[in-house]
Ligand binder design. Structure first.
Ligand SMILES: O=C(O)C(=O)C[C@]1(C(=O)O)C=C[C@@H](O)C=C1
Length: 279
């Protein structure tokens, strides 16, 4: 049997790679992509069967453009996974702190380490990926550069951890969504195990419009875990709201969605799935 092809943003050893193996197990084939848009394209063009996409981090916050990607494309969220992220400063084995002039990493990783980097005066260089930054330091023999990445890339590319766990808060977690093409998902798939859903809707600019949607959740015993507004590019200062919610009773949840649809505009559910594990 062919192994499942999983599109990720990033390359060998990056956090997406670790999260993908944590979710699917080790027998998968990784389809590396330079950008999140590339991940979606790989799914749409069928060069991947499924995809993993970071959506929010506990220190750096939401990856807003990815909410836009979910909304624009015909994708389904079929699962989620949470990964603890430990960021380290990696250098060539004989490099010391005073040799560093530049730090290379993924923008989310740089944000997660903002406090540590604050007073160092190093030039911060955004790259596609934490692991790729480490690989470039090693391959280019870059004596004046450090990479911010996990421990796995340090081992893979023979780098030294000169400063471990430099993320601003130790408790650093990233949430990843597992995506599939809508047309490959069956209606009511996993009905017995679903306890979480993601959706978006719009409300008019009038008094109490958002509150009516939110009140529904209390009425139907729904626990809202995330509310994220996202601008509607074609309609300045109007917003879409993305909602993640947990529930115990699927029928109660279905009633709630019906009610919320009635008091909002264009409510679209883009995934019902099982609440994710922390790995
Ligand atoms: O650069 C990586 O290693 C990634 O997998 C990307 C990414 C992200 O998109 O947020 C994943 C987890 C961490 O939060 C930092 C970076």
């Amino acid at each position: 049997m062919q192994s499942m092809r999983v599109a990720i943003q990033g390359y060998e050893g990056c956090f997406h790679h670790i999260a993908a193996e944590g979710f699917f197990g080790e027998g998968i084939r990784i389809v590396p992509c330079a950008t999140f848009r590339g991940v979606v394209r790989a799914l749409e063009e069928r060069s991947a069967d499924t995809a993993l996409m970071a959506i929010e981090n506990s220190i750096a916050g939401s990856i807003l453009p990815n909410y836009g990607l979910l909304q624009d494309r015909r994708l389904r969220v079929v699962g989620e996974v949470y990964l603890q992220i430990r960021q380290n400063l990696l250098v060539l084995p004989d490099v010391e702190l005073e040799d560093i002039r530049e730090v290379w990493s993924h923008p989310m990783a740089l944000l997660q380490c903002a406090d540590y980097l604050d007073d160092k005066g190093w030039r911060l260089v955004e790259t596609e990926d934490t692991a790729l930054s480490a690989r470039h330091v090693a391959e280019q023999g870059a004596r004046n550069a450090a990479a911010i990445a996990g421990e796995l890339p340090a081992r893979l590319f023979g780098l030294k951890v000169i400063a471990p766990e430099i993320n601003t808060i130790r408790n650093n977690h990233t949430r990843f969504m597992v995506l599939r093409r809508s047309e490959d998902c069956k209606e009511d798939e996993n009905r017995d195990t679903i306890n979480k859903a993601s959706m978006f809707f719009q409300v008019g600019h009038h008094k109490g419009s958002l509150v009516s949607v939110l009140n529904t959740m209390e009425r139907y015993n729904i626990n809202m875990t995330k509310l994220q507004s996202y601008p509607v590019p074609s309609d300045p200062f109007h917003y879409l709201f993305h909602l993640d919610m947990e529930f115990q009773d699927v029928w109660e949840y279905r009633e709630a969605v019906m009610h919320m649809s009635a008091v909002s505009d264009g409510l679209t559910v883009y995934g019902e799935y099982t609440k994710g594990r922390h790995i």
